[in-house]
Design a protein around this ligand. Structure first.
Ligand code: SF4
Length: 208
């Protein structure tokens, strides 16, 4: 099977299994999704969803977040890991959105990468989930699955992103990332992959 065929096969099998998962980070606007994505670094989505209702009620727009002191933001997100660094990032990115982008979250990879605390994975989450612009968010979990399945050759999320974007049609990118993350959580964990019940085992290169 060529790599492009294999990626589409994996996408189809995971879609059969899980349907199309929704973005797990609760949000109503692009800015709120951006806020949640920054908070989710090295933190569970469940934990992020516990703090964002209060955070969005107080600082749910770029203008309100930019007007708040990082210490005030930190007071609301204290239960999230790295909360001091993240409060400075949220304040900084909100100020940049207000001052440089007219209060609107930018819609290009290059502009999103200018924002404090935003890397390629976060930018791709925004593009795909907030703006409907194809993006393939790849983190270490997505990269681990793609490497085990033999479709990413390098142990690097950016290289995994390139492999997928080169070999799978753009309309599948955003959902494919959600599906891989879901499969990682439910079946293919880092330490204890449950290969015996995995529908992808015939295609998988992972050796235990
Ligand atoms: S066969 Fe095992 S290693 Fe491969 S994707 Fe399934 S659970 Fe993961």
């Amino acid at each position: 099977m060529r790599k492009s065929e294999k990626l589409k096969f994996i996408y189809d099998r995971l879609k059969e299994l899980y349907g199309i998962p929704e973005c797990p980070l609760k949000h109503e606007t692009a800015f709120q999704l951006l806020t949640a994505v920054v908070l989710s670094a090295q933190c569970t989505d469940v934990r992020v969803n516990l703090v964002t209702p209060e955070l969005f009620a107080k600082y749910g727009t770029p203008e309100k977040m930019a007007a708040a002191a990082p210490e005030e933001i930190a007071g609301v997100i204290r239960s999230v890991g790295l909360y001091q660094t993240k409060s400075r990032s949220l304040h900084g990115l909100a100020a940049m959105i207000v001052e440089r982008f007219g209060g609107e979250v930018p819609r290009t990879m290059a502009e999103l990468l200018m924002l404090p605390g935003v890397g390629r994975k976060s930018a791709n989450v925004l593009l795909g989930n907030a703006f409907g612009i194809p993006g393939f968010p790849a983190d270490t979990h997505v990269q681990r699955l793609l490497t085990r399945l033999g479709v990413a050759s390098k142990r690097d999320p950016v290289m995994a992103e390139r492999e997928v974007c080169k070999n799978l049609a753009p309309e599948y990118w955003t959902d494919f990332s959600h599906l891989l993350i879901t499969h990682g959580r439910r079946c293919c964990s880092a330490r204890n992959p449950e290969c015996g019940r995995c529908p992808l085992r015939q295609e998988c290169k992972f050796e235990r």
